[in-house]
Ligand binder design. Sequence first.
Ligand SMILES: Cc1cc2nc3c(=O)[nH]c(=O)nc-3n(C[C@H](O)[C@H](O)[C@H](O)COP(=O)(O)OP(=O)(O)OC[C@H]3O[C@@H](n4cnc5c(N)ncnc54)[C@H](O)[C@@H]3O)c2cc1C
Length: 440
Amino acid sequence: MPPSPEHVRFHPTVPPRFAPLPSAPDVAVIGAGAAGIAAARRLIARGLSVAVLEARDRVGGRAFTTALRGHPIDLGAHWLHAGPVNPLVALGHARGEPLRRAAQDGHLWVGRRRGRTAEQAAFGRAFDVADRAMTLAAGLREDGPASSAVPPSLGPWRERISLVHALVSGRPLQEVSLHDWPSLEYGDNFFVSGGYGAYLARLALDLPIRLSAPVAALDTTGPGVAIRLDDGGTLGVRAVIVTVPIPVLQRSVRFEPPLPARTRGAIDGFLSGTYEHVVLHWPSAPFCGRDRLASIVGGRHKPPGMLTRIDGTPFHYFEIDTAFARAADALRAGPDAERRLARAVLAEHFGHRALRDLAIPAVTGWRHDPYAAGSWAVVPPGHAPARAILGEPVADRIWFAGEAHSRQQWGTAGGAFEEGGRAAEAVADHLSARGPRAGA
Ligand SMILES: Cc1cc2nc3c(=O)[nH]c(=O)nc-3n(C[C@H](O)[C@H](O)[C@H](O)COP(=O)(O)OP(=O)(O)OC[C@H]3O[C@@H](n4cnc5c(N)ncnc54)[C@H](O)[C@@H]3O)c2cc1C
């Protein structure tokens, strides 16, 4: 058995306040993460009665803000990516949420010293060259591993750029579809003061949500959908929007009758991506300026990525990718393995003395979390049509939504929110075309 993830022990900063479930809802939404919250809000706006069933004892899913040493810290999603297309940015502006634009510049650390200006510029240019080459290759070639399109001409920066892209992809680039990769829109990012998880939790306030209600099975053999909960309870509805993470769908939600082969194949072909935060509290860290990315290159250990001075505090993320997580899991020491490995990497680049005031108050383990089983879903080579297939309803009663559906914003809370809203519109259109529930 994998160790229980440490992040489940933390509490959300926004206290729950939900409406009771209606006695005979039209639609059930399974999961109260970004997609489920968006779906519920949109269905209610369309005049439908809704019941949201959430397995955890909190909302937000993989967007989760807790308080560490008095500061709100995100243990999952933190960046509002792709500002121009992210609906949570537009909604945040409309609501007066405290959004701030992310800085464009970052830190470069080479071995045991700061990167020089010329190195910074060369690194930036190499990123642009890689992005252009990969986007071009995706349009011209058959699908294959994204790694095959990283140009050899990047010289010394090639390894670093591959590492960064693998980190944000959730898998080594050999395991990522070239056709899927460039679809992600990453420009013009924002942060929200108080945390992304807290923002989503505010959007969920007063929705009809039942917590601690894991769904075990969905049955469409009769009229409508019969939902079976883990605790033996049942609920009957006209339609369902399932926002459960893809790896959870692969393992633990049953469908009766079984899903069509096309839908099942799309779900089962995804890989589970790994991206975890080791949260550092490090007042004397050599990085200045709030919310800067740090790239550390050279040396024996190659840390995949860091975000420094989060919100202007002494907190930093040391990010963990698939390779690092596998190395940590092999030590069988739970989150202390990540703590040890992160310290070893930082000691190599900054020296042991620099770590005298370093504490690591939290390490996430989304890959071991039974209601996430990974950080986001990854499309391997040859599986690029899967996101669109997931958008097709099953038996005109089951719709799927979540981060994995989004072509333009895959793997993100913004993409999940967009897809939740899209599924809700489709369900509302479908039910209004069929007229009111019999007996209603
Ligand atoms: C460490 C980390 C950092 C990240 N950083 C960013 C970032 O900076 N920016 C960004 O945009 N994205 C980021 N992401 C990705 C982002 O968090 C996800 O893409 C997004 O939150 C997914 O939303 P969702 O609604 O699709 O799924 P989820 O948020 O996972 O919601 C699904 C919900 O379904 C519930 N559920 C599961 N099984 C059941 C069941 N059987 N019955 C009922 N409910 C169930 C879950 O508990 C969960 O609440 C990060 C993810 C991680 C892990």
